[in-house]
Design a protein around this ligand. Structure first.
Ligand code: TYD
Ligand code: MG
Length: 458
């Protein structure tokens, strides 16, 4: 019989202590420690289920079969996963409540069932009836999808053994509990233990396990960081609450690229892939030229995305001018403003500056600098950037424009969306495009000239 031990765990960050602590030494939260009683694991099995008594082997002597991938039936989702779900892997889908996690996994279940795979969908939050209603709405019909409303992990385990499905969906990890741990569902120990058991099932029985995880108020995946360490793939589901589009982003992938992004639109019949996302981000743009707007190309994963940057510059009624950045790093905006003042001679000390990335997305790439600077400069000077021009370049502190990566792909994307001209860094001048006139610039001031002079607008 396994021994029972007790420990105190911070419910905020998962820090463990032998006794109660008022303040967590790891995350500084107060009163977050809860006592948890746990059965001890046999000593020769690691938490990851690896038996610890094997011998070291030479890397050349280790033979592994090629991983088997199964298509989810949703091509964008397959791309983020690195070409489909790897059989026997464990994938965590994390996101805010209501973002569409259950929807995409039910659609995925449908996709796998169409390929003749058996799916067990464990619903720990909704009743079978609710899931059936959603399945009808999504048009998911199959006699190989089993819906199992259950929160007890031991029961789930025995059903997996009985049914031996190809894929198991756990909706959600925060709502299930294991009897071996005497703490409530959703606590750090429960989440960790349940994930361990699911991982052992995935690895020993070669079943793909998709786990839904909720995100806390501050945007972290609820439960300890160890959850992210344990699983093979972490996919984050993001989106703007007020818009219908959603982004799936791969944060960790043992079987593929990270930072891949897939874009979906939530409609009345579930999530649909957005084939040309640029249309989505640019279609609200007015076609005539407005001072203070610039189109940039940002790389979301390996996919270039065209987005509009808007700036508003105006005399301030306040003693110190306001700077507001939406979708752009605040420190980065201040740096761009400093360069505009010092190297271009634009006096912004008595001007409020607002910068906004349209479509509610975050742009964190240095290659967006030049577009942000031009949006601000053109608004301050009341001139326009040609609406057929995209702006690409990173700005240095002395006002020089640094080269960027992935420019060819960016130009291709711009050309496909109908753009005719691109302002690019001088160091990238050798990169050309048959359908886009490239204007290489060395300094920020040259870029402003190229955008707003009559020659530049040709
Ligand atoms: P859901 O998948 O339940 O979110 P999560 O599991 O992440 O909490 O999706 C919930 C939202 O999606 C809900 O507000 C309704 C909306 N929705 C649609 O707009 N269309 C649909 O076809 C479906 C199934 C849901
Ligand atoms: Mg749900």
């Amino acid at each position: 019989m396994a021994k029972v031990k007790s420990k105190w765990v911070c419910q905020n960050c998962g820090y463990e202590s032998a006794g109660y602590l008022g303040k967590c030494p790891e995350c500084s939260s107060w009163g977050s420690f809860v006592e948890e009683v746990q059965s001890e694991r046999p000593i020769n099995i690691s938490p990851q289920g690896i038996v610890n008594d094997c011998k070291p082997s030479l890397i050349n002597d280790i033979h592994v079969g090629k991983e088997i991938r199964v298509s989810t039936g949703i091509s964008e989702f397959d791309r983020i996963l690195g070409g489909g779900l790897v059989q026997g892997s464990i994938v965590l889908i994390a996101g805010d409540p209501g973002i569409g996690k259950s929807t995409i996994l039910l659609q995925t279940s449908g996709g796998l069932a169409n390929l003749g795979k058996k799916v067990l969908y464990v619903s720990a939050e909704e009743s079978a009836g609710q899931l059936k209603l959603r399945a009808d709405r999504l048009g998911v019909k199959s006699d190989s999808i089993y819906i199992y409303p259950q929160t007890n992990l031991e029961s789930i385990k025995s059903q997996i053994e009985e049914l031996s499905p190809d894929m198991v969906v756990i909706d959600s990890i925060q709502a299930i509990y294991s009897q071996t741990i005497q703490s409530s569902a959703g606590s750090v120990s429960q989440i960790r233990e349940c994930c361990n058991i699911l991982m052992q099932i995935a690895k020993t029985k070669n079943i793909t396990v998709l786990v839904i995880g909720h995100v806390t108020k501050d945007g972290n995946i609820a439960g300890p960081k160890v959850l992210e360490h344990m699983v093979d793939t972490v996919i984050s589901f993001e989106g703007d609450k007020y818009k219908s589009y959603r982004m799936l982003r791969s944060m960790k992938n043992r079987f593929g690229n990270t930072s891949e992004v897939g874009i979906f639109e939530m409609g009345s019949n579930g999530l649909k892939e957005v084939i040309n996302p640029n249309q989505l981000f640019l279609n609200e743009r007015s076609q005539e030229n407005i001072p203070g707007t610039a189109i940039i190309v940002t790389n979301e994963g390996t996919r270039p995305l065209l987005v509009e940057i808007q700036a508003l510059v105006g005399a301030t009624p306040y003693p110190s001018p306001r700077r507001v950045a939406n979708g752009v790093d605040f420190g980065r905006l201040l740096q761009i403003l400093a360069v505009l003042e010092k190297r271009v001679g634009l006096n912004l000390s008595k001007q409020d500056v607002y910068v906004n990335v349209m479509g509610g997305i975050e742009v964190d790439e240095p290659s967006a600098d030049l577009g942000i600077a031009l949006a601000i400069a053109t608004c301050a000077r009341d001139v326009v950037v040609d609406s057929q021009t995209v702006i690409i370049g990173e700005i240095g502190l002395s006002g020089e424009i640094h080269p960027v990566n992935n420019l060819e792909k960016m130009l291709n994307e711009a050309s496909m969306t109908g753009f005719k001209k691109a302002i690019i860094p001088y160091a990238n001048k050798d990169i050309t495009h048959p359908k886009i006139k490239t204007v290489p610039v060395k300094r920020l001031i040259d870029a402003i000239g190229a955008c707003i002079s009559p020659e530049g607008n040709k």
